[in-house]
Ligand binder design. Structure first.
Ligand code: NAG
Ligand code: NAG
Ligand code: NAG
Ligand code: NAG
Ligand code: NAG
Ligand code: NAG
Length: 556
């Protein structure tokens, strides 16, 4: 298709950019047409190239309800391949739509790809972002919310309004410059230049437009996600407390917090009541665990407000022990119903026997003089053929080997790193314990696609089996991201019941870009449509399977 035709087609489709309709007997559909292009923004006062979606930075919000079918036709008007990932969306039976290099070919410049997925049995606050080429450093991320179905009770009163707050560190260097730095392998991208809230930073000189407004006496829901590249952020509302109600898809016990540590990739929903003197207040997000704290600010305005926000910014906590204690205060609300009518606590994860324990150690080292990050001594590289496609076309042997890392981790003291596609094979429906052990001095943030898991423990020191006696086996929150403090470990539990090829990664963009990720292959032995969908008919093929006819579909 020629560029001109592509553009005309896009123009035609954009006229009806968001549409909703219901086909009889099916869950409702939400349709989006997105034009991904470069644009210029100056969030820190310096003009820089950004990646926009339909001209917006951050990109448009997706407002969906459990079980909606979401169809997003993405037109790549960049000069580079592009891919979007839906962070925290489980894509039941459907890793084909996960938007990672292990499951999808990137969308070539000047072409489009239509994602089709269902937000099945999920509620909560999520976000999407570009998963390749350090594009996230340039934008193209946005909020994705999944509302509860009408018939399922939500454990708090309907808020007056529902706001999306995307916080993140920001660099004034372009994604291409940052990529060159990492590709050269000699140094890190170093420190960010600022912190943005919804793509902006308030100057605090009285000229700022408010990010959000609140009517006096009313309660608002704020959905907060850290969409940044590497910095953990502390978020707080000047003069107001937050009531935590949801975390990465689970209703939590509703504790009050003065501030929240939000690590890269994490999302929280809080309720804030406008119960203070009517004026402006700052919403503050500041970096944690790095020298020279960077502070991002936005204005919250009372509708009857008189007067500017006080210049005194509430102080952030210091040290990571505070953060660890905050993690321990997070609890699952056992009696609340989430996406399904049954209470969350009816799934008693604490009484299921562990069938496998996988220990994952992060490390960093130079390989042939270039910086690489690894898991259990293997630094992942993406083959040109997506791993999932290699598996589906029965060509895995030509593309990767399963299980090249050991569940026990690398031998004690070993620092060597090998470059290879890193694929772990897990038995369908096994209940598995994963330990993340961080022996480095920096904080880690881990994310698993396709699942949520029980974050049962984080502790300083080294893990050993006797530490299991300290796990929270009752009301740990089911979520999809977990931080690991320096010289500490974290433990998660999950049942691998979602067939597919799922990325497990460091959410820190440098670590991930330079190899700190792996894929978990979960195949149903039956290869049945009951357990996993067929490759979609609009699939983009690349690498070894480019131009090949699709294999015979899975049987029923
Ligand atoms: C897509 O975005 C590019 C860059 O802003 C613009 O030139 C083009 O007209 C847009 N296409 C449509 C159909 O809006
Ligand atoms: C989001 O969708 C819900 C359910 O359809 C609707 O009630 C709400 O008004 C929508 N919110 C926005 C901001 O569009
Ligand atoms: C590109 O957009 C057209 C027009 O909507 C659509 O028919 C086609 O399926 C899209 N291509 C892919 C690969 O999804
Ligand atoms: C938990 O959910 C229940 C049921 O929806 C609700 O009534 C209760 O207030 C919630 N408890 C806490 C501590 O948040
Ligand atoms: C779990 O393991 C224990 C000890 O090996 C065994 O007694 C018990 O029956 C197992 N429970 C289940 C549900 O398999
Ligand atoms: C993956 O694991 C399953 C179950 O343990 C096993 O049957 C299968 O042979 C393994 N596949 C590979 C390629 O290792």
């Amino acid at each position: 298709m020629g560029r001109l035709m592509f553009s005309a087609l896009l123009q035609f489709l954009c006229l009806s950019s968001v549409a909703v309709w219901t086909v009889r007997g099916e869950d409702p559909y939400l349709f989006f047409v997105w034009n991904v292009s470069y644009g210029t923004i100056s969030p820190l006062g310096v003009p820089q190239q950004a990646i926009l979606i339909n001209g917006q930075f951050p990109g448009p919000n997706i407002n969906s309800t459990s079980n909606n079918n979401v169809v997003v036709n993405v037109f790549n008007n960049l000069d580079e391949p592009f891919l979007l990932h839906w962070n925290g969306i489980q894509h039941r039976k459907n890793s084909w739509q996960d938007g990672q290099l292990g499951t999808n070919c990137p969308i070539p410049p000047g072409t489009n790809y239509t994602y089709r997925f269902q937000v099945k049995d999920q509620i909560g606050s999520f976000f999407y972002y570009p998963s390749i080429g350090l594009h996230r450093a340039a934008g193209a991320f946005g909020g994705l919310r999944i509302n509860s179905r009408l018939l399922i009770p939500v454990p708090y009163a309907d808020p007056e309004d529902d706001y999306t707050v995307l916080i993140g560190d920001w660099f004034t260097k372009s994604h291409t410059t940052l990529r060159k730095i990492l590709d050269s392998g000699v140094r890190s991208i170093a420190r960010p230049n600022g912190v943005l809230i919804n793509g902006k930073i308030a100057k605090g000189d009285g000229t700022d437009d408010p990010l959000f407004t609140m009517k006096p006496g009313k309660t608002y829901k704020y959905r907060i996600c850290n969409v940044g590249l590497k910095a953990s952020l502390n978020l707080r509302f000047q003069g107001h407390t937050m009531k935590l109600v949801e975390m990465e898809g689970s209703h939590t016990v509703q504790n009050e917090y003065q501030s929240l540590d939000v690590h890269v990739g994490q999302c929280f929903s809080v309720l804030v009541t406008a119960d203070q003197e009517p004026k402006d207040y700052y919403l503050v997000a500041s970096t944690r665990f790095i020298k020279n704290v960077l502070v991002g600010k936005g204005i919250i305005r009372y509708t009857n407000g008189k007067g500017p926000a006080s210049p005194e910014i509430p102080e952030a906590p210091t040290g990571w022990i505070w953060s660890l204690n905050q993690f321990r205060s997070f609890r699952w609300n056992l009696t609340a119903s989430a996406a399904r009518p049954n209470p969350q606590g009816s799934y008693r994860y604490g009484s299921i026997n562990i069938t496998r324990t996988i220990k994952l150690f992060n490390s960093v080292s130079k390989v042939d003089g270039k910086l690489r990050y690894a898991i259990n001594g293997v630094s992942h590289i993406d083959p040109e053929t997506p791993l999932k496609h290699a598996e589906y076309f029965r060509l895995s042997d030509k593309v990767f080997k399963y299980n090249i890392i050991s569940d026990e981790g690398p031998p004690e003291g070993s620092t060597s790193i090998t470059l290879a596609p890193n694929v772990v094979n897990v038995t369908f429906r096994n209940f598995v314990e994963i330990i993340f052990e961080n022996r480095e001095k920096s904080i880690q943030s881990w994310h698993l696609d396709g699942y949520s898991f029980f974050a049962v423990a984080i502790e300083p020191g080294r893990w050993s089996p006797d530490k299991r006696s300290n796990y929270n086996l009752l009301d740990a929150v089911s979520r999809h991201t977990i931080q690991v403090y320096p010289n500490s470990w974290a433990a998660i539990f999950l049942t691998f019941d979602n067939a597919g090829m799922w990325n497990l990664r460091s959410e820190l963009i440098e670590d991930r870009y330079l190899g700190q990720q792996l894929y978990i292959s979960v195949l149903s032995p039956a290869l049945s449509l009951r357990d996993e969908y067929n490759i979609p008919d609009n699939v983009l093929l690349c690498g070894l399977v480019k131009g090949m006819p699709l294999p015979k579909p899975y049987s029923i």
